[in-house]
Ligand binder design. Structure first.
Ligand code: URA
Ligand code: SF4
Length: 205
């Protein structure tokens, strides 16, 4: 695993989301800031009872500087709507805060963050969890699962199950919305994703 210094020294030990967001802009905890347009902070209310954690910003998010506003974000919105969950009541963020990609001509192709990037960026996620203190964390896909539930956790085997983060916070893992976007069995996979989100909402005390 490639080792990076990690985000720790940039993460403010105190303060709320605005302070965190300001500090995030200076982060040099790994090499991903160099080629990305900008860092993409989490979005939503610090009062959220439910926190959603994705992978990393995509091409559109990198340009706009906001989480889940591209194709995966549109699908997520649609699925949340179908599950009766109001996005305004959530806090939504990513395991990795800068976009990792490969250039192919003019296009920028998404590249999954490496284990070293996930580890390097995790102090931001830890701090977000401390600030928001969600009652439930919805883990979207394998990268978020790796960040929050460890390397042994298999989303494909355990999606929809009530689980716990190491600190005892209630959680549930499901697929990443971009996997549904790309699915050849879109209707089925969209319905399964909505069912997981609905089950997650039902876990809230
Ligand atoms: N995929 C993610 O995991 N997060 C985003 O913000 C956009 C796409
Ligand atoms: Fe810092 Fe995370 Fe960006 Fe790396 S990906 S530079 S650790 S914010």
């Amino acid at each position: 695993m490639e080792k990076f210094a990690g985000a720790e020294e940039w993460v403010p030990p105190r303060g709320g989301l605005p302070k965190l967001e300001a500090a995030l802009r200076d982060c040099r905890g790994c090499d991903l800031w160099e080629h990305a347009e900008q860092v993409v902070p989490g979005d939503g209310t610090a009062k959220a009872r439910m926190m959603l954690v994705g992978e990393q910003p995509g091409d559109v998010e990198d340009v706009e500087g906001r989480v889940f506003v591209g194709p995966a974000g549109r699908l997520l919105d649609k699925a949340l709507d179908a599950a009766g969950i109001d996005r305004d009541q959530l806090y939504v963020t990513n395991a990795v805060k800068h976009f990792r990609f490969e250039r192919r001509g003019k296009r920028r192709i998404h590249k999954t963050p490496a284990a070293g990037h996930i580890v390097a960026c995790s102090p931001w996620l830890t701090r977000e969890l401390r600030i928001v203190k969600p009652e439930l964390v919805v883990v979207l896909g394998a990268v978020a699962a790796r960040a929050l539930l460890g390397t042994g956790f298999k989303v494909t085997e355990r999606r929809g199950e009530a689980v716990e983060l190491p600190d005892g916070t209630a959680a549930m893992a499901t697929v990443h919305p971009s996997a549904v976007v790309r699915s050849e069995e879109y209707r089925r996979d969209f319905a399964l994703f909505v069912a997981d989100l609905r089950a997650a909402a039902a876990l809230l005390p």
